[in-house]
Structures are given as structure tokens and as C-alpha cells.
Write a protein that binds this ligand. Structure first.
Ligand SMILES: *Cc1c(COP(=O)(O)O)cnc(C)c1O
Length: 402
């Protein structure tokens, strides 16, 4: 069934190439033979990884940054550094990606899931109820798909109940709330540099914090051995003295190759955030006139980075939902659907994470049932996103009237 006359032929998973500058930096690392972050020459050379940490801490307006193997690893490390006890409850979003509850499980915690609202942010009423019913002391908040909750209101609730916040900023690198970078509200924040995030080293991650002891523990946890003094975006040696024999080495360092290709990308990050948002605006402008399509609204204090777009069509029945996905696919537009019973590709619904002790969450089920998602690779132009928006809007209207 073909329902529109427009067709799109782009590849939704094609990222931009690594630039010549970044490739040259990686080649220099290879020529040096010093790929390991602590393998530095005699004259107090700062490795690419150390330089990247300094630059990212500065970008993030935080004192400290640790570069590591992945975003998921940063999340685990944050929980371990925070002092999570075996079996302890960690609150997190029901609407997130599997590595988030996975990190909690890996760190020995018990994930307890909080509902999402129809604006795709954490439901703060459900959060408060669950804090009261579980006595939880830590929230790992996923700013899923870049949507920022009311951070002021959230912090009031967390402070009132003495709950620590660890932020998963895999989708909010570069975003702000009240002019403050996302990742500056909690005690620690975690970022991913995996290919589909905002800077691309294939795999990689960051942990940032202003807290001396948490950073010292995170550095030792990441596998610094007793070479922690080769970190620069980290606290003074005296702080390490307090934790160095008490903190296990859970090896997960970043290497100089990845750091070398990330540093030039970091310099371009803000410009790219604007490019994502330009594409997003072109896309949602085409959905706005269609009554049956709901696009989540950003909080007035938030400046999000729309490296993907979400929309809902709550009036569709099961058959219309399937027909819509199929029609868009035939027109070359690959939509992800968060409501599927079975996990598919990167998306899975919370109730498929059967390792968790999860109760049904009808509110979240309702939101996810008709929630669609489209990637925004920067290899597509603004004009491409107008075409993609036209295809989505036309198919939605045709299927609603059929
Ligand atoms: C990608 C992602 C992670 C994990 O990052 P990796 O670097 O792939 O381990 C965590 N949370 C969210 C929301 C993500 O999208």
C-alpha cells in the first residue's frame, strides 16, 4: 500500500564522517604508539584522553570529568562511587533505554520504575509517591529522547526527601534548563559518545561531577591503578589518599584514539545542536497543522537538543497503528514505535525487561502505545526533514480517514 506520492530514500542510521582534522589527530596517536591513556612521554605530556576530560569539564561547567568506555559504564560507575548497597532501590524512568536499568542491575541495585507523562518526562507525582513507598535514596534520571522535566520542581522533591540525583544525559549533551547545562542538577551526570549520540567515537562515555570524593572514587573505579595523578580534571592527590585502597578497579578507561577523534567534535558540538534543532523545526512544522498528531512540548525553561523527534497519534486503533507504520516505511520513512510487545532494534518496552521486579504501569503503557520516533541524522538536510514531515502528516491523515 502506497499512500502518498512522496518518497524518501535516505538512510536513517547514516552518521556524518569523521572529519579530516579528527582523522589526522587519530593518526598522530597511532604513529606515537601511545594509545593507552597513561602511556605518556617523559616531559609531563598530557594524553589526548586527559585533554578531552579537561575540555569536557569546561564545556559542562563542572570541576571534574572522567572519560570511560561507554555511557552505560559511566552510569554503573556513578552508582558504585555513590556507594550503592547490594539490592538497594534505584529509581529510574520506565521510558528509557535498556542500558539504564542494566547499569543499575550491574551495580547491584534494584531498579524501580517511574511513570512517564504524555510530555515524555518523569511523572513527578508518581516519583514522590514511590520515594515515600520505597524509601529510595537515589534517582537515576534518564532525560529520555532529550526531554527535560521541570528540574526546579524535581529538585525540590528530591531535596525534601534527601534523594540523590544521578543524571543520564545520553540525549541531553548540549541542552540547558534555566540556562544551566543539563547534567548540572545532580551529584553526577553521565554521557555517551556512542555513534548515535551527540559526539561519535563508536563507543565511549563521560562522568562529570563537582564532588571531590565521588570523582576520586570514579577515577579509581575506572581503572587508574595508582596513576591517578595523570588526571587533570580531577581532585588533588590528598583526596585520592582517602579512597585509593578502598575502591576496586573495575577497568573501563577511554583510550587516546577515541579521545583524539572526540576533541574536534566537541569543538563543533554547539553548532551541531543548532543543526539538529533546525531539522527538528522543519519536521514538526509539517505535523503542527494535523490535529490528530501530538508533539510533546518542551518546558519553557528548557532548551533541548532534538537529535530525534517524537510524536503521538492517540486516536489510532491497533490496525491503524500498523497501517501507519507500514505506509511510512513504504514511503522510505523509518519510524520507531515504542509500544511494541516485543523488543525491536534499540527500542524495548519496560515490561520486556523481565529481569526487573516490575509492576504494570498503565499510564506509561498508554503513552507508549501510540508513540512514534524518528531519528535526525545530520546527513539529512533541513529540506529532507520537510519531506519526511510531509510523508508522516499525509499518511496520518489518510489512515485516519480510511
Ligand atoms: C545510549 C544510551 C545509554 C548508554 O550509552 P552507551 O554508551 O551505549 O552505553 C544510556 N542511556 C540512554 C538513554 C541512551 O540512549
Amino acid at each position: 500500500m502506497t499512500t502518498t506520492n512522496k518518497k524518501f530514500t535516505g538512510n536513517f542510521t547514516q552518521q556524518e564522517p569523521i572529519t579530516a582534522e579528527a582523522i589526522a589527530a587519530a593518526v598522530t596517536v597511532m604513529e606515537s604508539g601511545r594509545l593507552h591513556r597513561y602511556n605518556v612521554s617523559e616531559n609531563n605530556e598530557l594524553s589526548e584522553t586527559t585533554l578531552l576530560e579537561i575540555e569536557y569539564a569546561k564545556y559542562q561547567d563542572q570541576k571534574y570529568c572522567l572519560a570511560c568506555t561507554s555511557g552505560g559504564y559511566a552510569l554503573q560507575t556513578a552508582l558504585r562511587a555513590w556507594g550503592l548497597e547490594p539490592g538497594q532501590v534505584v529509581l529510574t524512568n520506565a521510558f528509557t533505554l535498556a542500558p539504564v536499568p542494566g547499569a543499575i542491575t550491574a551495580a547491584g541495585g534494584t531498579p524501580v520504575l517511574i511513570n512517564t507523562t504524555d510530555q515524555l518526562v518523569l511523572d513527578l507525582d508518581h516519583l514522590e509517591q514511590t520515594i515515600k513507598s520505597t524509601g529510595a535514596k537515589v534517582l537515576m534520571l534518564s532525560h529520555m529522547r532529550g526531554h527535560l522535566a521541570d528540574m526546579d520542581k524535581l529538585m525540590i522533591i528530591l531535596n525534601q526527601h534527601d534523594v540523590a540525583l544521578i543524571e543520564d544525559c545520553a540525549h541531553t549533551m548540549g541542552a540547558t534548563f534555566n540556562g544551566i547545562k543539563s547534567g548540572n542538577h545532580g551529584v553526577m551526570a553521565c554521557f555517551s559518545t556512542q555513534t548515535y549520540k551527540h559526539i561519535n567515537s563508536g563507543e565511549g562515555g563521560f562522568l562529570t561531577t563537582n564532588d571531590d570524593l565521588l570523582m576520586a572514587k570514579a577515577v579509581i573505579l575506572s581503572g587508574s591503578y595508582m596513576l591517578y595523578e595523570r588526571h587533570e580534571a580531577s581532585p588533588a592527590p590528598e583526596v585520592f589518599e582517602q579512597v585509593k585502597y578502598l575502591t576496586p578497579n573495575c577497568s573501563g578507561r577511554m583510550d587516546n584514539m577515541r579521545a583524539a577523534i572526540l576533541r574536534p567534535q566537541l569543538a563543533n558540538l554547539d553548532a551541531n545542536c543548532q543543526r539538529w534543532n533546525d531539522r527538528y523545526e522543519a519536521f514538526v512544522a509539517k505535523l503542527a497543522p494535523v490535529d490528530i498528531i501530538d508533539v510533546p512540548q518542551e518546558h519553557q525553561s528548557a532548551v533541548e537538543v532534538h537529535s530525534s523527534a517524537q510524536f503521538a497519534i492517540n486516536s489510532f486503533n491497533d490496525q491503524q497503528n500498523q497501517a501507519f507504520l507500514q505506509a511510512c516505511k513504504e514511503d522510505g520513512v523509518e519510524l520507531k514505535w515504542f509500544g511494541a510487545d516485543k523488543p525491536a532494534a534499540y527500542t524495548s518496552r519496560y515490561d520486556s525487561w523481565e529481569v526487573l521486579p516490575t509492576k504494570p504501569l498503565p499510564q506509561t503503557d498508554k503513552v507508549l502505545a501510540r508513540l512514534y520516533d524518528v531519528r535526525i541524522p545530520l546527513t539529512f538536510s533541513v529540506e529532507d526533514y520537510s519531506i519526511i514531515g510531509d510523508i508522516v502528516a499525509a499518511n496520518a491523515l489518510l489512515i485516519a480517514s480510511s
